[in-house]
Design a protein around this ligand. Sequence first.
Ligand code: AMP
Ligand code: MG
Length: 425
Amino acid sequence: MSASPPSGSDAVPSGIDLARAWRLVLEATRVLPAEVVSIREALGRVLAEPVVAGRTLPPANASAMDGYAVRSTDVAGDGPVELAVAFEVAAGGSAPRPLGRGEAARIFTGAPLPEGADAVVRQEDAVRVGDRVRVEGPVPPGRDVRPAGEDVKEGDRVLDPGTRLLPAHVGFLASLGRTLVSVRRRPRVAIVSGGDELVEPDGDVSGGRIASSNSYSLHAQCLEVGAEPSYLGIARDTPEELEARLADGLAADVLVSSAGVSVGDRDFVRPVLEKLGCRICFHGVKLKPGYPVVFGRLPPPGPLVFGLPGNPVSAMVTFECLVRPALLRMQGVSRCFRPVVRAELSHDLEKRAGRLHLVRVQLDRGASGILATATGNQSSGVLRSMTLAQGLLLVPAEVTRIRKGEQALVWVIDPDFLAETGPAA
Ligand code: AMP
Ligand code: MG
């Protein structure tokens, strides 16, 4: 313990665990304002309003089948009954008059039941003879009728804010007469890459240059989570150029940079952010890969700022751990984290104590559950092992070994992991 009070950058938490980092990030994260979009554009967006049904569905008792509408009291007994076919009601039409005793109405799926009718006899259960129809009793009231309000009643609260809109929600909104819906604005994310060695993917890679893959993986990670990325390019390793690029991102909701956050002579991201007025909330999370990650914020309405490490896997994993939950929270989603499964290790795993390891694993479903296998070289520069990963297996900070056959928790990062290769039915 230091005898003198911490001051300046000494006060910035460092070497914190992931749970504390989450707390600090989510505490700083605000839900974004709402905007109104067409329901055609609403898939995947997060509802910002409670939806109250403005109409009853179905609006009237309707036939669920093609057949004959009847009065159930006419066909209450066992055995066949002959009824007079009085008129016809098509979907979208209406009955010319109430159905009388001893009468049936030819009716089609979705058509409103005539007054007096309370059941439908399917066409295949009826025998039409001229203008009469023979049906087999008994027919209970309500058979093959969709009662008015079976789906919703006017005034019912049918959808809650925070719902991520799936195809069924979109169709449901349409059935309620809603063409527009209020959803949370997509978070705008500015992405900056830094490094003298970096070029665009089609650039010249002679002389030790490499393609700036982070610019693209982070962009894709933003899109995947419903955010709106804008790419501000590559900053050379000078404080001036870095400052200019980062300053361009200050109008965004979130500013994400990669590289330049470790202890190298050219790691300028943190001092430049501080110069731009960013308050650093932490620098260093006990994670592998991804330890040097920086998080801070500009005073409102400025952005949240994530300085991710430069190694391609570290950048992606720290985005997964910290940026992704924030972007979901901004959209008003309550479930901000990846699904977690318990998996059995297919081999021994060893590590040093001190950091939470996120091991890239392939997942296989076997008879006894899910099997996890590391996807090869776990170096933080090996992006290929990330392309093969369906999950990130968590080895807690103090654990030094998990043996083959033992269980561990895995974040599922590939939603297709749950898909089947053939029809299961
Ligand atoms: P740095 O944090 O600048 O020391 O970078 C760490 C490592 O990540 C170095 O090997 C960099 O070349 C690499 N790196 C940094 N930025 C990128 C990027 N945008 N795309 C791919 N690799 C990167
Ligand atoms: Mg660098």
